[in-house]
Design a protein around this ligand. Structure first.
Ligand SMILES: Cc1ncc(C[n+]2csc(CCOP(=O)(O)OP(=O)(O)O)c2C)c(N)n1
Ligand SMILES: [Mg+2]
Length: 617
């Protein structure tokens, strides 16, 4: 029998090509050490014979290298196809201890490559475990091809009890509010089409997760005949969105006439040319630039035009000042324009919005944020708009703009804080290229400069605590072999919820340095309780009750070691930080995962604390 995809069962491997977004890690040859893990004995099977073989061929045709999963009988047919038909390569299975980490790993991988990896969750229960991570990826606009399965849709084929509890009428409904598309195909040919469509839609901007639910009956069906061969690549065309010329002209005119233009650099790609184009645009306009810690590095933070440290909840004071002073604001797919204007006391600046995010807005999730006033709307991705704006503006004389205020970062006090952690970590990292895959809520954006789009990969997207470890492992997977040191800084709460993702990194030999900013608390919520106490004139001293994670203190390094990683700490003295980080980095450079537990004083930056504890907000 011939494969149902042209090129043979092992043929169509380059379906996803081109696009600068994926240029770096995704196109490196597959990692030999990782590929050598979990090799099955050869099965001698090279012809598709079951429904799930057709689906496996389709998945391979998408060009996806890995599928992170937690197993389950609802997809035992497909699992067999991955192992015994495809030989556990292209895609290779990455076993995860929880569906939440399977999805988060795919999320982190997309943060680096801009392209979807696959993840799989068993029936309704596995999908329920994965939902928070799917929501995080959705809010972060990251592509993931999620496969799921259901007990036989045909009730006659169901095994008693278990197949009945694991069959739901409309399983996709669990995730429909925060996926771009979902399907439950009935036949192998329809499933092949669904997989190709899911990969295509996930990877088309604005990106996001898609979900295909594979009926167990369809997977296990013996093929009477194969679906007719197709050329998979033709079903996943590259989609380019171009800005309309008249709107670009209108925006360029607004920006050209601006006395104090400002760029809010938001959801942008990891592409180096696009990074350079943003710098060129800011310099052409002499525009101040503000960036956000919710999104990956978008502009060099030590550029004289960059204002204020990237921050989480509200723009940093210098950034706010620049926003208030601006007369024209260019948003490059900034996550929350309306909220940012609100923070800036509703400035009356003219707004140019570059975004195609509205294509994803739906009735279920409000992650689209407030509706901002807009004077020129360029409906495309920033990567297409910035060069168009540069061309429309033409050459010009840069105006003299005073360099943004910058005071060198220096941790204060003699008690170990997250600032000391950051400063010592930077010293230990030295001149090595590194990528911050994740930062804790307590992170101070001023503590770490970004000078390359891969220097920082952004936050979890949906504010779902527990995503940090998995996202970091996925990013480290994508960065493996790139020469960049993957570093993640996780809160202790975040770490504790997602720690088992580290086992996957250890098992598949994915080096990663994880540092825990361990304030022994769900500290964010201590600040919320403080605020409520202030509003109600009740004792703020009680803010810690129901928040602190101590008595007993948890040995986080031991938890990490239990996953097969190197574990250091707890580090309690500032003077021990650097040497410990150096040891941990040496372990990572020798191929390990290393985790350092650092006991930090509870506390956020002054600006974040002020925003969170304001009495009347
Ligand atoms: C799944 C989930 N549960 C609860 C919360 C509420 N929450 C927001 S931040 C936070 C504390 C996180 O603790 P940690 O990672 O240690 O960071 P810290 O606040 O201590 O800096 C919690 C519980 C959430 N956002 N997501
Ligand atoms: Mg904490």
């Amino acid at each position: 029998m011939r494969s149902p995809l042209s090129g043979g069962a092992y043929g169509v491997l380059t379906a996803v090509t081109d696009s600068k977004r994926q240029r770096a890690p995704a196109q490196r040859p597959r990692d030999a050490a990782l590929a050598a893990v979990d090799r099955p004995v050869p099965s001698g099977v090279n012809a598709p014979a079951f429904g799930s073989d057709v689906v496996a061929d389709a998945l391979r045709a998408t060009g996806i290298d890995y599928i992170a999963l937690n197993p389950g009988a609802s997809y035992r047919g497909f699992h067999d196809s991955l192992v015994n038909y495809l030989g556990n390569e292209r895609p290779q299975i990455l076993l995860c201890l929880h569906e939440e980490s399977a999805i988060a790993i795919a999320h982190g991988y997309a943060k680096v490559t801009g392209r979807a990896m696959a993840a799989m969750a068993h029936s309704n229960v596995g999908l329920m475990h994965g939902t928070m991570a799917i929501f995080n990826a959705w809010c972060d606009r990251m592509p993931i091809l999620i496969l799921g399965a259901t007990g036989p849709v045909d009730a006659v084929k169901r095994r008693p009890w278990i197949d009945w509890i694991h069959t739901a009428r409309d399983q996709g409904a669990l995730v429909r509010g925060y996926t771009k598309w979902d399907d439950q195909p009935v036949s192998p040919a329809a499933a092949r089409e669904a997989v190709l469509r899911a990969a295509w839609i996930a990877n088309t901007q604005p990106c996001g997760p898609t979900y295909v639910n594979l009926d167990a009956g369809m997977q296990e069906e013996k093929l009477a005949e194969l679906p007719a061969p197709i050329d998979a690549q033709r079903f996943m065309p590259e989609v380019a969105s171009a800005p309309a010329a008249d709107v670009v002209e209108k925006a360029a005119a607004l920006l050209r006439d601006a006395k104090q233009p400002l760029i809010l650099a938001g959801r942008v790609s990891r592409d180096v040319d696009a990074w350079d184009a943003r710098i060129a645009l800011a310099e052409r306009l002499s525009a101040r630039v503000v960036t956000d810690i919710k999104t990956g590095a978008a502009f060099p933070t030590d550029h004289p035009l960059h204002s204020g440290a990237p921050s989480f909840i509200a723009p940093a004071p210098d950034a706010l000042e620049a926003i208030r002073a601006a007369d024209v604001i260019l948003s490059l797919d900034w996550i929350d324009v309306a909220g940012t204007l609100k923070h800036a006391d509703n400035t009356t600046a003219k707004i140019v919005q570059v975004s195609n995010d509205h294509h994803l807005h739906n009735g279920w999730s409000m992650d689209y944020q407030g509706l901002p006033p807009v004077d020129a709307f360029i409906a495309c991705a920033p990567e297409a708009a910035v060069p168009a704006l540069l061309a429309a503006l033409g050459p010009g004389q840069p105006r003299a703009v005073p360099a943004a205020k910058s005071s060198p970062f220096k941790p204060e006090g003699d008690r170990l804080t997250v600032d000391h952690l950051a400063a010592s970590l930077r010293e230990a990292v030295g001149a090595r290229p590194s990528s911050l895959a994740h930062v804790s809520l307590s992170w101070n954006g001023a503590s770490w400069p970004f000078n390359h789009p891969l220097d920082y990969l952004g936050s979890d997207g949906g504010g779902g605590v527990g995503g940090g470890p998995g996202i970091s492992v996925g990013a480290a997977l994508a960065l493996k072999g790139s020469g960049r040191l993957p570093i993640a800084v996780c809160g202790d709460g975040d770490f504790l919820m997602g720690v088992t993702a580290l086992w996957t990194a250890a098992h598949y030999k994915i080096p990663l340095l994880m540092v825990i900013a361990n304030n022994r608390s769900f500290f964010n919520d201590e600040l919320h309780q403080e605020r409520v106490a202030r509003m109600r004139s009740r004792p703020v001293e009680n803010r810690w009750v129901g928040q602190r994670i101590s008595e007993p203190d948890i040995d986080l390094a031991a938890m990490a070691r239990a996953q097969g990683t190197a574990g250091f700490g707890p580090v309690t003295a500032i003077g021990d930080l650097r040497a410990t980080f150096e040891k941990a980095i040496a372990a990572v450079e020798a191929g390990s995962v290393a985790v350092v537990d650092v006991r930090v004083e509870p506390g956020y930056t002054a600006a974040m604390t002020a925003v969170m504890t304001r009495k009347n907000d």
